[in-house]
Every structure is written in structure tokens, then in C-alpha cells.
Design a protein. Structure first.
Length: 123
């Protein structure tokens, strides 16, 4: 399974490709845990656009990564979650655990760092 991470609007987006089942889950868990340890990013988006199948071990991995992220103060969002995966998240009652967005742009708008304004009272 190929996994890429890129930045958009200052927000890191993880894009796995393929199926997240079996041994691939451990690989993804390790990569996410290392990334969370190394990066001090307040946000992480996981794009499910190119994921067509997950299993229960993937759901457990998502909860594990969410717990690690929460300890570090990192928000995790899911984007482009297909109908099959969304149904699994609903049935496992995890849909409310993760912030989820229909599009990458909507997620970026919600997660992008706010601009830092400097106010000068006296010019």
C-alpha cells in the first residue's frame, strides 16, 4: 500500500491508497505513530478517497492513533470517506469520534491555521 503525506493550506494530509486490511494496518499504525511523534502539527487529515476496503483492525488502529493524537493535542479529521467505510464507522459508533468532511477543501477550511493579525492602535 502506498502512503503519501503532503501539505495543503498548512495542514498535513495523509493519503493511503488501496486496502487497509491485515498486515497493512500495522504498517500504517507505525507510520502514523512515528509521524505524530516527529511532527508537532496541531492537525492531521486522512484522505480515504483511494481506500476501498478496511477491516476491524483498521478501525482499532484509527482509535489507537486518535488516542495518541489526543495526548499530543492533535486533531484528526477524515475526508472523502466512501459509503462502505462510513457505514462501518457508524455501526462501530466511531463516526462521532472523528471529525469528518466530504471534501478536502471543507476540511482545509476547518483545520487551516487562522491568520495571525497584528493590530496597531497607534500608527
Amino acid at each position: 500500500m502506498a502512503i503519501t503525506i503532503h501539505l495543503k493550506g498548512g495542514v498535513p494530509i495523509l493519503e493511503p491508497n488501496g486496502k487497509i486490511v491485515g498486515p497493512v494496518v500495522s504498517e500504517l499504525r507505525e507510520k502514523l505513530a512515528l509521524w505524530l511523534d516527529d511532527a508537532n502539527a496541531p492537525y492531521l487529515l486522512i484522505n480515504f478517497e483511494h481506500i476501498h476496503k478496511i477491516d476491524s483492525s483498521c478501525l482499532g488502529m484509527l482509535v489507537h492513533v486518535h488516542d495518541i493524537a489526543a495526548l499530543k493535542g492533535t486533531r484528526i479529521g477524515l475526508i472523502n470517506v466512501g459509503k462502505h467505510i462510513k457505514n462501518l464507522l457508524i455501526l462501530s459508533r466511531l463516526m462521532n469520534v472523528f471529525e469528518h468532511f466530504d471534501t478536502e477543501d471543507a476540511a482545509i477550511a476547518a483545520f487551516a491555521p487562522a491568520p495571525k493579525w497584528k493590530y496597531h492602535l497607534n500608527p
